[in-house]
Design a binder for this molecule. Structure first.
Ligand code: SAJ
Length: 475
């Protein structure tokens, strides 16, 4: 039996748990640990900073600081607070009383352009854990991190701060979060949970921590680095699948056919092992997952120990997928310019009404929205741009209105960038009247309008993947 296994056996089953970072990952995780009968007590750690310190009192009052609907979350919070099983504190020294500590601290990109992640907050959290680490404890990283971080930077910082040795004095693992806003508790309970330790004993201890909170989901044990690659790869693959259909949409436009017919055709090939993951073409890919996880994976293979054997001078298909997805807002701009040109207008001086600022349909989340680069291109070309979104209220530097009529009034071009349900209801006749132009332009980036209805009303129509309609005669 190793030194660590002896220490874990002496300590006995996990009873007291700490979660660092009271955000949309840490809060549901802490509450589910607190609700598990086999655990005695959970501490949620939150820095008393002026931006997030208010969460401490809110949580201890049984109030959720998370915005948006989270089914069951506030009731669960009140239940565990009342039962005295959960408490939020800024006092990190209490870490030394615990059996296990998880870190759920976000790892944004400092500057999306250079794609170097900002691990600052995570490193501070790891340092705090190291300062109060005791032999026989388990440390788990839940944040999305570059593969190699758990066995690399995290292990290093914990050992420096504690003077203890990972894998001998304490257990260390990575268990990536897979939660989506709006279904946090359900995701944690029902998704399978990837759990990767730096060694067998660490993996086993982490499995003991996560098993009690799973209802439908199962634990999938592996190494820490394999867990880091799994998390980044699952989003990289989704981004790649989206890029594959985006590229096909561009091909269909060039070949004068309807990408949605082709999509239906390809998707019809079903059955074991032959199904194709055909997703949906669109105006671009936004959000905080797919836009960054590819670069975490790419960085991971670069800092990895081994030698990568890869076709000489070829781009990684994953990075190429990012480039294709990031080209889609540019393509939307090119479609807009081509449509305006068809009626003898330039982007410069035209009034462009953008429908949709959120990065995803029927949501107020606008992180890394493809609408932003599209708007920048139009503004740089001298257009007057007005933005509509029914959910996004404000965004730095961008005025957004939820009054559709006001936004499209007098517009030369109406451009759909998000697939919000409201946009499927817009009628060609109504829109033509409000635009007040003989031949307004409509550019559809999310397949929300019926081309013939708008062409019939005298619109110049352009749609992503609609090679069968984009060259239509004017009415
Ligand atoms: N998009 C397309 N075509 C598609 C699907 C998405 O253009 O067929 C675009 C969306 O418009 C959006 C972006 O891609 O701009 C991302 O969409 P998403 O549905 O992937 O939503 P995300 O970014 O919230 O992804 C999250 C991820 N979950 C976690 O990281 C825990 C992802 O792994 C999930 O697969 C995804 O939710 C989901 O399936 O809901």
């Amino acid at each position: 039996m190793s030194k660590l296994e002896k220490l874990l056996e002496e300590r006995g089953p996990i009873k007291k748990i700490g979660v660092i970072g009271m955000g949309y990952v840490g809060i549901p995780a802490a509450l589910l640990f607190a609700d598990a009968p086999c655990f005695d007590h959970v501490l949620g750690f939150q820095r008393a900073s002026n931006t997030s310190g208010h969460k401490i009192e809110m949580l201890n009052r049984g109030e959720s600081p998370l915005k948006g609907e989270e089914p069951g979350l506030e009731e669960l919070l009140q239940k565990v607070v009342k039962a005295g099983k959960f408490e939020c504190t800024p006092d990190f020294s209490k870490i030394s009383e615990l059996d296990a500590v998880t870190l759920a601290i976000q790892t944004p990109f400092a500057n999306p352009k250079d794609l170097v992640p900002d691990f600052g907050a995570l490193i501070e959290g790891i340092r705090n854990v190291g300062k109060y680490l005791k032999p026989g404890m388990l440390v788990v990283l839940e944040s999305t991190i570059t593969p190699g971080t758990t066995e690399g930077m995290a292990k290093q910082v914990l050992e420096e701060e504690s003077g203890l040795k990972a894998g001998e004095d304490f257990a260390l693992a990575h268990a990536p979060e897979r939660v989506m806003v709006g279904r946090l508790l359900r995701n944690i309970r029902e998704h399978d949970r990837i759990v990767g330790g730096i060694d067998e004993a660490s993996t086993k201890r982490a499995v003991e921590l996560y098993s009690p909170v799973l209802t439908v989901g199962k634990v999938i044990p592996m190494s820490a680095t394999a867990a880091e690659v799994t998390k980044t790869a699952e989003n990289t693959f989704r981004d790649l699948q989206i890029a594959a259909i985006n590229q096909l949409a561009l091909y269909c436009e060039a070949m004068g056919i309807n990408v949605y017919d082709v999509r239906t055709g390809v998707d019809s090939l079903k059955g074991e092992g032959i199904t194709r993951a055909v997703l949906w073409p669109g105006a671009g890919v936004g959000g905080h997952c797919l836009t960054k996880d590819t670069y975490h994976l790419e960085r991971g293979v670069k800092i990895g120990k081994g030698q990568l054997d890869y076709p000489e001078g070829a781009d990684s298909i994953y990075v190429l997928a990012r480039k294709i997805n990031d080209f889609m807002p540019v393509h939307m701009y090119n479609l807009t310019a081509a449509a305006l040109e068809k009626i003898g207008k330039k982007v410069e001086g035209s009034k462009i009404a953008m429908l949709g600022w959120a990065f995803i349909r029927d949501s107020d989340d606008a992180r890394n929205t493809p609408s932003e680069p599209y708007r920048d291109l139009c503004m740089d070309a001298g257009a007057e741009v007005i933005v509509h979104d029914p959910y996004v209220v404000n965004y730095p530097g961008v005025e957004i209105s939820d009054d559709l009529e006001e936004v499209v009034r007098g517009a030369d071009a109406v451009v759909v960038l998000a697939g919000h349900s409201a946009y499927f209801e817009v009628k060609a006749e109504w829109l033509k009247e409000i635009c007040g132009k003989e031949h307004p332009v409509i550019v559809d980036g999310r397949n929300v309008v019926e081309p013939d209805e708008f062409i019939g009303e005298g619109f110049v129509y352009k749609g992503i993947g609609r090679g069968d309609k984009n060259g239509h005669e004017m009415n």
